[in-house]
Design a protein around this ligand. Structure first.
Ligand code: NAI
Length: 493
């Protein structure tokens, strides 16, 4: 009611609650606030029309309002069906208006979407008013997390070129079938929409490991249709958000979901990359006995040196109390594993997609009974009513539990990630790198180290950290500039 733009969120009356949380988050997001200060006047994103697909949380609200402050227009959806904070979504729609007359921006996100809703929201961020007649009114940038918006555009163009959307096969996951349906409907009404959209896109900036993997695969096969910046591999993103963010939000999700004491339990962490390291450390901090599974000998050796027993899943399947997947791979814990777990074992995933856990197989276990304890917490009972009845607790139906059962990573660490995001948007939107002057081709790039160091610098003051300055002589001796960058590109931190 009263809005001059389209949107779809749960309840606009939550906007005030959302606004209070956003105000407090701003205090914890010094990097984003510094960018508003530095670039608010020069408006480097004026003319940018950003289709954003990233968990619609309070922290993302501060990101969105930073993009607006730099001149951008946005349309936004969440990149996960459970991750939206409805009050944040409402506050962004209402903006400086009121729930009766919203004056913010179009957001299409609510907590507990269906898969069909989800792909509808993904289409809506790419579907700008007037763009069907004039493509220049459509999106010219994507800001992605996990690559779903990028995937939709690439698939849309692929099927438009083929003139048809393929029929799903029995092996296709349910989600892919929904994507095919979404695109079939779109092709039926407008057989060139995605091709027109793709032509206007200057680039995508991608938030997470899994989305970045998809981008490199597209680039390697020559299919990537526009330049991409891999935000994940800024050091101030993956070595902070993936690790220290998970260290906070994983136990938060488990505690809010189950209220089970972690201390003394055996926690099994599958994968010891950046996310796995944060997960293992958080369990240790709570006094759990932590074991790790890995396929990469380097990461396995790291886990061992950090004091964690490295095991194969079958060695601990009937003794573990909490199982968490963090691999970004698939089929990590299968139904035949889950039936062997001990009574009331907790199972969850914080890798980007739900295919780390075999949820489809779990639902097919003969006689299994699913009971909803509360939203995003389900008990799956085996041999129900028999003497050997046992059950396991699955969080967020196998999807990112730190966002489904809790509210994702805290503001401070997301400030570092999102400061990289905003700079990456500025880089690609300017076409010839606003800061670097780089000519971007249809490849995947990372931000230069000097910007990575800048992100870190912007967060030091808030922690009362005092940086030592190199003398000119010391800098010369090390072969670096006094002002940085301080490390060669191959340095690993
Ligand atoms: P990474 O590549 O650093 O770590 C993944 C690790 O899993 C690697 O060391 C790999 O060797 C290992 N692995 C792969 N297959 C395995 C298997 N079958 N068994 C055991 N280990 C296996 O990736 P990163 O950055 O840790 O991200 C992991 C996932 O988490 C990605 O999907 C990423 O998108 C997602 N992510 C989730 C966040 C959240 O808030 N929940 C935050 C950041 C990333």
């Amino acid at each position: 009611p009263g809005a001059t733009f389209d949107f779809a969120v749960r309840d606009l009356s939550l906007a005030e609650a959302g606004r209070h949380q956003i105000r407090l988050a701003e205090h914890e997001m010094p990097g984003l606030m510094a960018l508003r200060e530095e670039f608010g006047e020069s408006q480097p994103l004026a003319g940018a029309r950003i289709a954003g697909s990233l968990h619609m949380t309070v922290q993302t609200a501060v990101l969105i309002e930073t993009l607006l402050a730099l001149g951008a227009e946005v349309r936004w959806a969440s990149c996960n069906i459970f991750s939206t904070q409805d009050e944040a979504a409402a506050a962004i729609v209402v903006g400086s208006g009121t729930p009766e007359a919203p004056a913010g921006v179009p957001v299409f996100a609510w907590k507990n979407e269906t898969l069909k809703d989800y792909w509808w929201t993904a289409s809506q961020i790419l579907n700008w008013p007037g763009a069907d007649e004039d493509p220049a009114l459509g999106p010219n940038m994507i800001l992605d997390d996990g690559g779903d918006a990028t995937l939709l555009v690439h698939k849309g163009v692929e099927f438009e070129a083929a003139g048809a959307v393929p029929s799903p096969t029995a092996e296709d996951p349910e989600e892919y079938q929904v994507i095919l349906e979404t695109l079939r409907a779109s092709l039926a009404t407008d057989p060139q929409r995605w091709t027109r959209i793709a032509r206007e896109l200057r680039g995508v900036t991608e938030e997470t490991t899994t989305g970045v993997l998809r981008l490199y695969q597209l680039a390697e096969t020559g299919q990537l249709m526009f330049p991409a910046i891999n935000v994940n591999d800024s050091v101030t993103k993956s070595k902070f958000d993936n690790k220290y963010g998970i260290r906070h939000s994983l136990p938060d999700g488990i505690m809010r979901g189950t209220d089970v004491l972690i201390g003394g339990k055996t926690a099994v962490v599958c994968g010891y990359g950046d996310v796995g390291k944060g997960a293992a450390e958080s369990f240790r901090g709570q006094g759990a006995r932590v074991v790790v599974t890995e396929v990469d000998p380097i990461n396995a050796l790291q886990a061992a040196m950090d004091g964690f027993q490295v095991v194969r899943l079958d060695e601990v399947i009937d003794s573990g109390d909490i199982f968490i997947t963090t691999t970004g791979g698939k089929d990590i814990i299968m139904a035949e594993d889950m039936v062997k777990m001990k009574d009331k074992a907790i199972v969850g995933n914080v890798g980007h997609f739900d295919n780390e856990l075999d949820m489809a197989g779990l639902a097919r276990v003969p006689g299994v009974v699913k009971t909803e304890i509360k939203q995003q917490v389900h008990e799956w009972t085996f041999d129900s009513g028999r003497q050997n009845e046992r059950s396991i607790i699955v969080l967020s139906e196998g999807r990112l539990l730190n966002l489904g059962n809790a509210t994702g990573h805290p503001s401070f660490v997301m400030s570092a990630s999102f400061t990289n995001q905003v700079m990456a948007q500025m880089e690609l939107f300017a076409r010839h790198g606003s800061i670097t002057g780089e000519e971007y081709g249809k490849q995947v790039y990372v931000l230069p180290k000097v910007l990575d160091e800048k992100v870190a610098r912007l967060h030091l003051n808030a922690l009362n950290a005092h940086l030592t300055e190199l003398s000119k002589e010391q800098a010369e001796y090390l072969g670096v500039d006094v002002a940085g960058p301080y490390k060669p590109d191959h340095y690993r931190y």
